[in-house]
Design a protein around this ligand. Structure first.
Ligand SMILES: Cc1cc2nc3c(=O)[nH]c(=O)nc-3n(C[C@H](O)[C@H](O)[C@H](O)COP(=O)(O)OP(=O)(O)OC[C@H]3O[C@@H](n4cnc5c(N)ncnc54)[C@H](O)[C@@H]3O)c2cc1C
Length: 496
């Protein structure tokens, strides 16, 4: 019933997707543990054991000290080839890539020089392939997965934390050297004529372009859908914390800790966790500095944030982690899966609003970095110096450039993965990942990094079934027929 209701109810209002606060005590720390000065010590208090909610960081916006080429709407002709709404990772990457072709680009954002709020993790090889490895500020040679108290897997695949500062600086430098203009405003409306579109900004300015690209993130209202938006949601609460100590190895990033012994004295939470499990994601920077995030991989409807936080408190207490200072905290809510935007439509999209979030994991940064050049290529084919393709032909070309049939089919498969995960309880999830990480490395790595073709995904599914325990096979056979039928139906529709 719940699922049916979600399918036919209107999409929820755009959620406040992420709030990240930074401590007034310290800027974003680099990798070594921050050493507070004398004045700061006077403000430090230790949390009650494990409960860090009394240590609320004060918001402190960080800004880049960059001399951006601002648009002067009074003296310049405000017509561009491309206007990009939003200067998050997606918007800036596309601006940097598309401007390489000599295409005239303007980026519009209320705060183009603010530090991005989220803490991004990626697989190191993903950034190496893109020659962005210099934008990681910390890497771990291995990752660990705690399936339960007695079963831990170690993955021989390095993981990294993105240096938001380095990545944003690199992208902005590229934009500046390619002549991208910036305008500081919020876009409130988009209008279209046959071969030209215009944006209305909250400062009263109107800017025109042949193509508008929406990179304003998950909360966007500019992109249209023609199917019910039955997303799953990843919800998480994360803190970058100075702690007295923690039990994790410094050379291993903890991708997922599914242990639940911390809920032994919490029968209500334990029962809920058995059906709607959450795990801990942890990046240990040193013995006193760690990023900790209690995460619901995917749920529908979205899990209660309060519950996620309560489980995190119990977990940290059980692990003996006493938080001394919260340097940053973040609330994460990522819509996953669901239908793609209507293809084509007059506004192009990239990033959170374009459907590129991995439907089974919620990851997106590396994929957006990889797909922005593909989209830039498609735009250049239409708007490059020798071409003059505008209007409907342009929209058709760019949407199909980002989402060719093969990529749409592959996404259907990943969405099937998400639908399967939605049906698994804690033990089912553990069994699933036990078999999943026993697959050939190219299979599980390719799946997590969206690198597999449809044929490879079919082979992966068969191998997974072959390696799964009998209980896991029973899970698949009893719980997957409906999502499987849905996927086959959608694949048929895509390919007709
Ligand atoms: C807390 C959190 C943690 C995440 N962690 C990871 C991770 O570890 N790894 C990973 O791969 N993915 C992660 N994701 C998923 C995804 O990569 C991020 O959400 C990513 O920030 C999306 O990038 P974006 O550029 O599409 O949008 P955003 O980063 O949301 O940027 C959107 C930009 O658009 C601007 N904007 C919004 N509305 C307007 C408007 N009307 N006019 C003008 N500008 C506007 C905003 O000011 C903002 O600058 C995380 C998401 C969240 C919420």
């Amino acid at each position: 019933m719940g699922t049916l209701f979600m399918l036919f109810s209107p999409p929820p209002p755009p959620p406040a997707i992420c709030t990240t606060k930074k401590s007034s005590l310290s800027p974003t720390p680099s990798i070594s543990s921050p050493k507070p000065n004398k004045h700061q010590y006077s403000r430090i208090q230790s949390s009650k054991f494990g409960n860090f909610f009394d240590l609320n960081p004060e918001p402190q916006p960080e800004s880049f000290n960059f001399d951006l080429p601002w648009l002067d709407p009074t003296s310049e002709r405000s017509h561009f080839d491309v206007i990009i709404i939003g200067t998050g990772p997606a918007g800036l990457r596309l601006a940097e890539q598309v401007s390489r072709y000599g295409i005239k680009v303007c980026c519009v954002d209320p705060s183009p020089l603010s530090m991005w709020p989220n803490n991004y993790g990626v697989w190191v090889d993903e950034f190496e392939r893109l020659e962005l490895e210099d934008c990681l500020d910390k890497t771990w040679p291995m990752t660990s997965i705690y399936l339960d108290e007695n079963n831990t897997k170690y993955l021989d695949r390095p993981y990294g934390r993105v240096s938001k500062k380095k990545l944003k600086t690199k992208l902005i430098e590229g934009c500046v050297s390619n002549g991208v203009k910036f305008h500081k405003a919020k876009v409130s409306k988009i209008e279209h004529k046959e071969f030209e579109s215009s944006i209305m900004c909250d400062d009263g300015n109107e800017l025109k372009a042949s193509l508008i690209v929406d990179a304003s993130g998950f909360g966007s209202t500019f992109i249209e859908y023609d199917k019910p938006r039955n997303h799953g949601y990843q919800i998480a609460h994360g803190i970058l914390a100075e702690v007295e100590e923690h039990p994790f190895d410094l050379d291993k990033m903890v991708l997922m800790d599914w242990r639940d012994s911390h809920l032994g004295n919490e029968p209500y939470l334990r029962a809920k966790n058995s059906r709607f499990p959450t795990f801990l994601y942890a990046m240990p920077f040193d013995s006193n500095l760690i990023f900790l995030e209690e995460t619901s991989l995917v749920s529908r409807p979205v899990l209660s944030y309060k519950e996620v936080k309560a489980k995190m408190v119990a977990r940290l207490r059980h692990l003996g982690i006493r938080v001394k200072r919260v340097l940053e905290d973040e609330k994460c809510l990522i819509p996953m899966g669901g239908p793609l935007p209507r293809i084509p439509q007059s506004v192009m999209a990239i990033g959170g609003t374009s459907g590129v979030v991995h439907p089974s994991t919620g990851y997106m940064v590396a994929r957006t970095m990889a797909l922005a050049p593909v989209l830039a290529d498609a735009i250049a084919e239409c708007l490059g110096s020798t071409r003059m393709i505008r209007g409907k032909a342009l929209y058709h070309r760019v949407w199909n450039g980002l989402w060719p049939i093969e990529r749409r089919c592959v996404r259907e498969f990943y969405s099937f993965g998400m639908e399967t995960l939605l049906k698994l309880d804690l033990n089912g999830t553990r069994r699933f990942f036990d078999a999943f990480f026993d697959l050939e490395p190219y299979q599980w790595q390719g799946f997590l990094s969206s690198r597999l073709s449809l044929q490879e995904l079919v082979v992966l599914s068969l191998s997974l079934f072959g390696r799964a325990s009998n209980m896991s096979r029973l899970d698949i056979v009893t719980k997957c027929p409906v999502p499987l039928a849905k996927m086959v139906g959608n694949l048929a529709l895509e390919t007709i």
